[in-house]
Design a protein around this ligand. Structure first.
Ligand SMILES: Cc1cc2nc3c(=O)[nH]c(=O)nc-3n(C[C@H](O)[C@H](O)[C@H](O)COP(=O)(O)OP(=O)(O)OC[C@H]3O[C@@H](n4cnc5c(N)ncnc54)[C@H](O)[C@@H]3O)c2cc1C
Length: 254
């Protein structure tokens, strides 16, 4: 049971996750009786998370330059031999420019920062440590059903589409390749509940390695089977799907 919790927290197993993450979550479960309820955003992250952050920044005069890639960090050495950044070489299709700022922050994904850092900076331990980070493949699958998959008490109620029913929570399982899942139609209904449709089950597959080379149809077949509902005719069947494969969670390999 430990690995599913570790996978759900950080997409990595107990051997690799920091003990601090595990201690924090179990201390929470042990001390807060209401802690078994994990709330999620009301709707899509763009509307309820990144959108408000973007608005906060633009309201204060900040600007976003989207689709510009940073190709090179321009740097020099000061008289005291300290390295300082003097600009970023940016490009967008065939357009190029150099931007200068008072401060520079790189919030890249792990493969991105490895490509961007000047190779000579690896002489500095701080930057060299970044090359010990390795991306962990993660696959997310969304399955839309024609009923309510987490309504387990009453089969008739799980088959109707007049009212959303089931478990409004982030759920964990040790019995499937997906360690955590949620019915987004219940947890984040503003954008994901659709009238006349049922559950939108989001399953996070970790480790995603065995799934990465598979075609979408095969990923869906395996996940739907593990959800355990698609083969039983009285229980909802899935109607549509979305699969996202990515490699953006990092673990430290000493
Ligand atoms: C399958 C999956 C499911 C997840 N589910 C959840 C969830 O339900 N809830 C939750 O809170 N978190 C979730 N997470 C975690 C969350 O997505 C990450 O923690 C978060 O996206 C990290 O944000 P970030 O800005 O640090 O990095 P990223 O989102 O990885 O952003 C880094 C950006 O840098 C850009 N970049 C890289 N190099 C350059 C360059 N040279 N020039 C310009 N841009 C560059 C990349 O294109 C990328 O857009 C999930 C992650 C995965 C993989």
């Amino acid at each position: 049971m430990w690995d599913p919790v570790a996978y759900a927290l950080g997409f990595i197993d107990c051997d690799n996750i920091s003990a601090r993450c595990m201690l924090t979550i179990f201390a929470l479960f042990a001390t807060k009786t209401e802690a078994s309820l994990l709330r999620m955003l009301k709707g899509s992250p763009d509307v309820y998370l990144s959108g408000p952050i973007r608005k906060y920044i633009t309201d204060k005069g900040g600007r976003f330059h989207l689709r510009w890639g940073c190709r090179e960090i321009l740097y020099d050495k000061a008289a005291n031999a300290e390295t300082y950044v003097k600009g970023l070489a940016m490009s967008k299709a065939t357009d190029k420019k150099v931007v200068q700022a008072d401060a520079y922050v790189a919030a890249c994904d792990v493969p991105g920062i490895k490509r961007l850092l000047p190779s000579s900076w690896r002489e500095m331990k701080f930057f060299n440590n970044i090359y010990a980070l390795v991306g962990v493949p993660v696959v997310t699958v969304q399955l839309r059903y024609n009923g309510w998959v987490t309504e387990l008490q009453d089969l008739e109620r799980s088959r109707q589409l007049r009212r959303a029913l089931g478990l409004d929570n982030l759920l964990y399982t040790p019995d499937a390749d997906f360690s955590c899942f949620a019915d987004l139609a219940l947890t984040s209904p503003e954008d994901y509940y659709r009238e006349g449709q049922g559950s939108l089950l989001q399953c996070v597959l970790t480790p995603g390695d065995p799934y990465m080379p598979l075609p979408n149809d095969e990923i869906i077949r395996r996940v739907a089977k593990q959800v355990g509902f698609s083969s039983i005719s009285i229980i909802p069947r899935f109607r549509s799907y979305l699969v996202v494969c990515c490699q953006n969670r990092a673990i430290f390999v000493p």
